[in-house]
Design a protein around this ligand. Structure first.
Ligand SMILES: *Cc1c(COP(=O)(O)O)cnc(C)c1O
Length: 227
């Protein structure tokens, strides 16, 4: 695992240099789904500071067993009835994907007197199996979010289609970056500063296209048994 991380950091560094970017600005989030606590702690010992879960139940089961100095990210679809299990526990929600969820987050956050940080998940590829708002809806969606006082939108997230050649993911990453730039220009009072994109299969391309948050599971922990 230590070697995996050294290898990843080197690849990130090289990809960043290819794109004329500072590698220090790129965060590696270790995706811990179906990884047990001892192995997570091994990754922490190897320098991981940010952890990502895509399911609330797994997140809840792990949060109390991991030192609170670590930063959790929710990276998967969040059902409105599970919002209360997430607020106050994660540093960033990457998967705001509907207006209903935004309203519920805002409502619960107001009660708790917190302002959670969120990314809007965009379904750039248009695949039906994927969550996320359509790129064409992003302007209206984020403009409306400004009316909710207890959510802070800080960027966009996407999941590229799974392709054999990671270069094929590039147009989707590029589209997210361009969308983010356009929205920053058009919508005042919102600063989209983060792009959460890039997984094991395609993270170097994602870095070249401007990602500053990589969500890496397999590259760090090895292959999972996906159900
Ligand atoms: C599982 C998962 C990842 C990590 O996938 P790997 O291919 O193992 O790196 C990243 N993002 C999301 C949303 C995931 O569910």
């Amino acid at each position: 695992m230590r070697e995996n991380l050294i290898n990843i950091r080197e690849r990130v560094r090289l990809a960043a240099f290819r794109a004329g970017r500072d590698p220090q600005t790129i965060k590696i989030i270790a995706v811990t789904k179906r990884v047990d606590v001892p192995r997570i702690m091994e990754a922490v010992a190897a320098g991981v500071t940010d952890l990502g879960e895509n399911r609330v139940q797994e997140l809840s089961a792990k949060v109390d067993k991991i030192p609170s100095s670590l930063h959790w990210h929710l990276i998967g679809h969040l059902q409105t009835n599970k919002v209360k299990h997430v607020l106050g526990k994660v540093e960033l929600i990457h998967s705001l994907d509907s207006w209903n969820l935004a309203v519920e987050l805002d409502r619960q956050a107001a009660r708790m007197e917190i302002i959670p940080r969120v990314l809007v998940q965009v379904n750039v590829s248009g695949e039906e199996t994927k969550y996320g708002i359509n790129p064409g809806e992003a302007y209206d969606f984020i403009t409306e979010l400004k009316n909710l006082g207890h959510i802070k939108v800080e960027g966009l997230m996407t999941i590229a289609p799974f392709v054999d050649n990671p270069q094929e993911a590039r147009p989707f990453f590029r589209e997210l970056r361009l969308l983010s730039r356009e929205l920053n220009e058009k919508i005042s009072g919102v600063e989209l500063k983060h792009l959460s994109m890039g997984m094991t299969n395609d993270y170097e391309v994602a870095v070249e296209e401007g990602s500053d948050m990589l969500r890496l599971g397999t590259a760090i922990f090895g292959a999972r048994i996906d159900q």
